[in-house]
Design a protein around this ligand. Structure first.
Ligand code: GLU
Length: 423
């Protein structure tokens, strides 16, 4: 479930933003135009047609993509998104960010992303299964445990991953557990994967609050999006004593200055499918959550929600990016001028891909870890990356985003350099 979005007006595209971040990092690192030219272009991309027989017997043709931005440090890795806004440039940007995310957290992957341009809310479960299986068949030559490993993203879930794993495996003639991550536990998923992105976001958010000397207990937070990332983030924040005063989903927003009862809200969402109508909280517009009077803002839906048009109205002291690319490059500049600390997506929401890595390791070894082991290793990796980025940024007087991107780009560049150009 994603939150309401006002598109940024007259701002550059998400791909332009991603390319600009790379250009800045290359400049800070002093790597030059040739390195930029090698890293800015995706290594491989496919665009596939997905003919779907709908439940009423009619045929509709959808469009899907898989982009492998880079695989110098290992197989491609990244989610598959089912969303009406998917296009090739968005997938390219998201794939590039996956390269930096994997490098920053030092998981041995490159970056990739996939997407199908479809609003899954308008399709039955049977139709979604047929879309997933046809899409998987079309991209099958590109994916595999050693090539490129998809995972869930906006609009997809562990059921989608089970269908992808099954379709790929049937084609190979044997079960290949390591071809996707974010699978159900019954077919080689990892304990702790479902909550891992949220757990990582909150681990980083608590570090950021402590860094700013804002007491965690009683701190006020707003969470935009109440899906795979936002819902768990709200729960873990509340568990830590943070007052979650505002939340939104695609249907609307809620506000309660005393702090929302997140456990009760989760029950309401399970019963009704939305946060709307939750008793005991004020109903607000979804977008008002972004400008609520809070210490911490967690945008956990889609890209571009904080833009030049609303960045000046953001009241939070720190923004922790649960989504990929929720703050545009223009908004980044406006927020920096007002000393709002932005913890970038490639650090803040990396918990998902970190546990995806743990899942892939477990599947390839056919040996399973306990949930505590998974969670401990996740939090350890996230806090180490937080400290490293903070240190790097302070030493060089860079924003956290530029510091994180520099660290990642440098690692990818070193892999390129030591492997050499072939032929
Ligand atoms: N879709 C998630 C992300 O953007 C997870 C990717 C993965 O686990 O491969 O990081």
């Amino acid at each position: 479930m994603t939150a309401t979005v006002t598109p940024a007006t007259a701002e550059q595209s998400v791909l332009d933003d991603a390319r600009e971040q790379l250009a800045q990092a290359v400049e800070v690192l002093g790597l030059g135009a040739e390195v930029h030219a090698m890293l800015v272009e995706p290594r491989r991309e496919v665009s596939v047609s997905i003919p779907l027989r709908r439940d009423d017997g009619s045929v509709e043709v959808l469009r899907g993509y898989r982009v492998q931005h880079n695989y110098s440090r290992g197989p491609g890795k990244g989610g598959v998104r089912f969303d009406a806004r998917v296009d090739l440039d968005e997938v390219r940007a998201l794939a590039m960010w996956m390269t930096w995310k994997c490098a920053l957290l030092d998981v041995p992957y490159g970056g990739a992303k996939g997407g199908v341009r479809v609003d899954p809310r308008n399709y039955s479960k049977g139709e979604l299964e047929r879309i997933t299986r046809r899409y998987t068949s079309e991209i099958a030559p590109l994916i595999g445990p050693e090539h490129d490993i998809p995972a869930p993203d906006v609009g997809t879930d562990e059921q989608t991953m089970a269908w992808m794993m099954d379709t790929y495996s049937v084609g190979r003639g044997h079960t290949v557990l390591g071809v996707v991550t974010g699978k159900p536990i019954a077919v080689g998923g990892s304990l702790g994967r479902a909550a891992s992105t949220s757990r990582g976001v909150v681990a980083i958010a608590l570090e950021a609050l402590r860094h700013l000397e804002i007491p965690v207990v009683g701190a006020r937070a707003a969470v935009q999006g109440f899906g795979k990332v936002g819902r768990g983030a709200a729960r873990f924040l509340a568990d830590a004593g943070v007052r979650v005063v505002a939340v939104s989903d695609v249907y609307g927003g809620l506000y309660d200055a005393a702090g929302l009862d997140i456990a009760a809200l989760e029950e309401h969402v399970d019963a009704t499918g939305s946060i709307v109508g939750f008793p005991g909280a004020e109903a607000i517009e979804g977008e008002q959550v972004l400008t609520a009077e809070v210490d911490l803002l967690v945008p956990a839906a889609v890209e571009g929600v904080i833009h030049a048009g609303n960045a000046e109205d953001v009241r939070a002291t720190v923004i922790v990016e649960g989504a990929n690319g929720p703050v545009t490059a223009e908004a980044d500049r406006l927020l920096a001028a007002r000393d709002v600390l932005v913890v970038p997506d490639i650090l803040a929401n990396a918990g998902g891909v970190v546990v995806s890595y743990f899942e892939w390791v477990q599947a390839n070894q056919a040996y399973w870890w306990s949930e505590d082991e998974v969670n401990e290793r996740l939090v350890e990796r996230m806090t180490r990356a937080w400290r490293d980025v903070l240190h790097y940024a302070a030493e060089r007087r860079l924003s956290l985003r530029l510091a994180a991107t520099c660290m990642a780009v440098e690692r990818v560049y070193r892999a390129h350099e030591v492997r050499g150009l072939y032929p």
